[in-house]
Design a protein around this ligand. Structure first.
Ligand code: R5P
Length: 288
């Protein structure tokens, strides 16, 4: 059965339809002091339970709900518990960049493993290398081919090129480009003089072409907006932005549009108005 967390109601429903399985929704209330109350209204004893809860904003709140659901499912006698966190929070703080920093991703992994799910499924985690923190089996799926298929079939693109926001996104851009049929590239910073740094595509000239900027996360939009400015200056035709996880803090979507982004295409790992592509078939396939 699917246990659909409050951060992923639509995705949980889609997943239960894909798998033709029962969807259980937890009863969640709040105590007057702010603490969270959770009740799982159903027979879980001996069942295989898939707990679906994304860890997008508000991350800390969503994490607490996930921990309570996982532990309750196990405690109520579930035979197997699979944890699906479509967006894994704190994954960008996966190492100590400065002395003394917390390795937050590692802490979150420890907390989740403490309530003992049998395995975990996530999507496009920021860095594959951070999967080393898990000791339970973990599957990191990628939504890039799904995004590519959607973009290729729904947008009328002229001479398209897919560009990763940075070198880390080159592989992602490649996977999207394989579905669309255009080339791919990524943006690099070049130091022209000791004080002047420019950002430009590594090898491709975007002039007259439709460009799809690809990233794992769009959070403040800073990375995409910088890319849009550079590509517009190069004479790109229409510029689109695609990502797996539309974190989109505050007025980011508005800022992206104002900067000249024609359309933002994302998945439902975090449920937003731009979540045009569902990752339900991907998760269903992995669960099967
Ligand atoms: C960073 O390495 C990530 O891949 C994204 O580029 C970044 O998290 C996007 O954040 P923002 O939208 O705030 O620029």
């Amino acid at each position: 059965m699917i246990l659909g967390g409050p951060a992923s109601p639509k995705l949980s429903k889609r997943l239960s339809l894909e798998l033709h399985t029962f969807l259980l929704t937890p009863e969640i209330k709040r105590f007057p002091d702010g603490e969270i109350y959770i009740r799982l209204p159903g027979e879980l004893k001996g069942k295989e339970v898939v707990v679906v809860q994304s860890l997008g904003p508000p991350q800390n709140e969503n994490l607490m709900v996930l921990l309570l659901m996982l532990d309750a499912a196990r405690d109520l006698g579930a035979k197997k518990v699979v944890c699906v966190t479509p967006y894994f929070c704190y994954a960008r703080q996966d190492k100590r960049f400065k002395p003394g920093e917390a390795i937050s991703m590692k802490t979150i992994v420890k907390l989740i493993e403490e309530v003992a799910p049998d395995e975990l499924i996530t999507i496009d985690i920021h860095e594959d290398s951070s999967l080393r923190y898990f000791s339970i089996p973990v599957k990191n799926l990628t939504a890039m081919p799904l995004l590519g298929k959607f973009i290729g079939s729904r947008l009328r693109l002229k001479n398209p090129v897919v560009i990763g926001g940075d070198q880390g996104s080159e592989e992602r851009a490649k996977k999207v480009a394989e579905e669309i049929g255009g080339g791919h590239d990524y943006l690099v910073k070049r130091r022209i003089t000791p004080t002047k740094v420019t950002v430009e595509p590594k090898k491709i000239d975007a002039k007259g072409r439709d460009v799809i900027i690809v990233d794992d996360i769009i959070s403040t939009g800073g990375t995409v907006i910088k890319a849009v400015k550079v590509l517009s200056r190069q004479g790109a035709r229409n510029i689109y932005a695609a990502c797996t996880h539309p974190v989109l803090v505050g007025k980011t979507l508005e800022k992206l549009r104002k900067a000249g982004t024609r359309k933002v295409i994302a998945t439902d790992t975090i449920e937003r108005e731009v979540s045009l592509v569902s990752v339900a078939p991907l998760i269903a396939q992995a669960l099967r």
